[in-house]
Design a protein around this ligand. Structure first.
Ligand SMILES: [Fe+2]
Ligand SMILES: [Fe+2]
Ligand SMILES: [Fe+2]
Ligand SMILES: [Fe+2]
Length: 442
């Protein structure tokens, strides 16, 4: 169904305050939940965190708007804050930090893959494909620790919807900041779909960064703590990369419109897709609330900018993400683009054989891996627990793992503890040899 959200009234702001019992909802059951109920819950938490934070930035920077308009922005911010609690706390108390982490990376993989296939701007699409392979590798690294630390197998969380196998190795995700800053879209020509796509993935990445920042210390295992630190730093790069796609000349009022429009579109999609009847009710109510926010912000926009909000967000709802399995698409990008790197011109992408010797990211990578790369240590460790790395994929993709690693590994800027292709092959062979022995009861 298509409609113009600017023509919908939604729920009036004065009706949006809720009591604590309404705010703190009943969590889903981690064993029974559809993995995509979890990804929606994680993503909407990220979108609300961004929505809430933006209102504060708005009121800190906007000096020339009336106090009543400022008060309304602040009132909306309070509602975002309440929605955030509901979304985040739908997560159950017995879902461990590592299990939730696998959920976060599943969000990143399946969301970014969807966005890449539904992105009208070719350059933005290429950036989505680039980021996709990095989060795909994070999922694989964390899956090793979930097994070693808690006996959790990847499919306990990703439910066979997302492959877990090596991607672009995490040690190669560390880049010079100047290269992570990409070319931005032009606000006068970019489609509303592009604006919503970027705001959606940016919010997700930012919250992933925040989650690792707040939870990476919660394990005693030092290698795991270091891995959280390493991957959190990559999420910081992802925030830098995705935010740099946004036209910095957008006014705060244009940004306010895009934020509310992004929330409207995401809750609408969540409502359409949700299979959990109880949670679906929240998506419906929050969709109504966001329509109310959009109305208010559109009125403020018109008052000060004396333009039609449709110039910024168009006249139709857009679909930012339908969570569903993206295995075929991800495998295609993985096989073709695992050797891609940020080009030295700060705009395009190069394959490894095109990267110059003085590539600015080498210095960052060499410093980061001066002692060792935690993300490589985790594969070194899993050998003791499981003979080989833990992988969940079709036989066809599993058989390509060594070739993918060979293609994705750099020659320069490698940590000394890197698991090289011959070592991984040995691990795989050992696993096969010992399998029969292990399966015998006596
Ligand atoms: Fe919201
Ligand atoms: Fe990630
Ligand atoms: Fe990420
Ligand atoms: Fe909102």
């Amino acid at each position: 169904m298509t409609f113009n959200p600017l023509k919908e009234k939604g729920m009036p702001l004065e009706k949006q305050l809720r009591n604590w019992h309404q705010i703190v909802a009943k969590p889903y059951k981690k064993q029974l939940a559809d993995c995509y109920t979890r990804t929606r819950q994680i993503l909407m938490n990220g979108i609300e965190v961004e929505g809430w934070g933006f209102k504060h930035q708005f009121n800190r920077f906007m000096s020339d708007i009336d106090s009543e308009d400022k008060a309304n922005i602040s009132r909306i911010g309070r509602i975002e804050n309440q929605q955030q609690m509901t979304c985040n706390w739908l997560g159950p108390a017995d879902q461990s930090v590592l299990e939730t982490t696998l959920g976060y990376e599943q969000v990143a993989v399946d969301l970014t893959a969807w966005l890449a296939q539904n992105e009208p701007d070719k350059y933005v699409k290429e950036t989505f494909d680039f980021g996709l392979l990095e989060d795909f590798d994070h999922l694989y690294r964390y899956a090793q620790f979930a097994y070693m630390t808690e006996g959790v197998e990847p499919n306990d969380i990703v439910k066979d919807q997302t492959d877990v196998i090596i991607g672009r190795p995490t040690q190669h995700h560390h880049n010079c900041n100047a290269l992570r800053i990409r070319k931005h879209y032009d606000k006068t020509t970019a489609s509303p779909q592009t604006k919503v796509n970027i705001m959606t993935v940016l919010s997700g990445e930012q919250q992933t960064h925040n989650f690792y920042a707040e939870h990476g210390f919660m394990y005693g295992d030092h290698v795991l703590r270091e891995t959280y630190a390493e991957i959190k730093d990559v999420e910081e790069e992802h925030v830098t990369m995705y935010e740099s796609l946004i036209d910095p000349s957008e006014t705060m009022l244009e940004k306010a419109l895009i934020h509310e429009f992004t929330e409207v579109c995401n809750y609408y999609t969540c409502y359409e897709d949700e299979t959990d009847g109880e949670i679906k009710k929240y998506w419906e109510i929050f969709f109504e609330m966001e329509l109310g926010h959009l109305q208010l912000v559109a009125d403020i926009f018109k008052k000060y900018e004396k333009r039609d909000p449709e110039e910024v967000i168009g006249s139709e709802i857009v679909i930012p993400c339908r969570f569903k399995s993206q295995k075929a698409y991800v495998q295609k990008v993985l096989e073709n683009e695992v050797d891609k790197r940020l080009a030295p011109d700060g705009e395009f992408y190069n394959s490894l054989n095109e990267i110059p010797k003085d590539w600015a990211s080498y210095a960052v990578q060499e410093k980061a891996a001066e002692i060792s790369a935690p993300s490589e240590n985790c594969i070194q460790l899993i050998e003791v627990y499981h003979d080989r790395d833990l992988v969940e994929a079709s036989e066809n993709l599993k058989n390509k793992e060594i070739a993918i690693l060979e293609k994705g590994l750099q020659k320069k800027g490698l940590a000394h503890n890197t698991v090289m292709p011959d070592k991984l092959q040995k691990m795989i062979n050992n696993h096969e040899k010992r399998k029969e022995l292990k399966e015998k009861i006596i």
